[in-house]
Write a protein that binds this ligand. Sequence first.
Ligand SMILES: [Fe+2]
Length: 341
Amino acid sequence: MSHPQTNIINFSAVAAQAQVLPSPMPTLFRLLNVTHHQVKATHCQYSATLYNEACTIRVCWSRYRPDSRLKDGLLVSPRGLEPSNHSGWAYKISGLSVRTMPSPDENLFHTIPASWVDDREVVQQAAALSDALSKPYRHLFNAIFWDGERFRRFCIGPSSMQNHHAEINGNLRHCVETARRLQRDCADLTDLLDPGFCILLGLLHDAGKADEYQLSSNGQWIMTDRGSLLGHKVTITEWIAIAKDVYGVDLTEGSYLALQHCLNSAQNAPQWLGVRESVMLEAFLLSGHDRTSGKLDMFRRLAPPANSGWGCRHVHMKYRPYFVGVAPAGNGGQSLQTSNQ
Ligand SMILES: [Fe+2]
């Protein structure tokens, strides 16, 4: 926060109390509210919020000159953070290390602030999914989304403009739900399915939509040129290939081909299209859970009061949906009420 005339930070307005820091401290933080002012020619005073689900702290530090890399959304680690070194409004640190190399050991979903995703339950579900990934798969996911702006778009954007999950955070919600459904299949089919592979499929299957939609100046979601010309499947295919090669993700050729097959194959695609027919169980399961998640969201949105009777029409549903209602607990389903609206 700056003084109107002198551009001096008003420390009292951003005061943060010393707090009990967790042990061990998280090593990865999302940089937020970063601000600086030049005290003199060789002295630049910085302050920022470092966000991690386990610990959010206000920090301040000095530099000789401004660091043009420091922007909100970046992944960083504090240097010289001492629990006792609190100035009364922030922890004094010696500086920030910008984390440029994706780590397979970090959980990116622990770095999602509430300003990105208000629904903390879906963030916790996503974090649990990331924890369940094997190291190479988490490395691939992190390599794709180490870019803070891209990860923010993935977390914030919708899954469609008018169809299912067509709201803020809709795509994240849909990907997490699809991944959790696949994870449940894995618990039933331990001899056939790899949980890490299936979870990664669910998380990534619509991840390319992060670059398919953008908010217009009037607050409406519109399709980007990339979305119109390529579509999200081409985008995620690109991201996987680049992340694997640039960051040296330890993915076997077999896993790479299987992942790309499940994300790009289709059932009953005309042969002339050149799209490969799905031949993997994971591809069939992904397709089914993807459609279930989408339909469930549509039916929820179109349901009438008390979820009983005829719901609302929707341009993407041929027929008006009908709901039988849910019996109150304990009466064995004998008193379902339906109303024709
Ligand atoms: Fe989907």
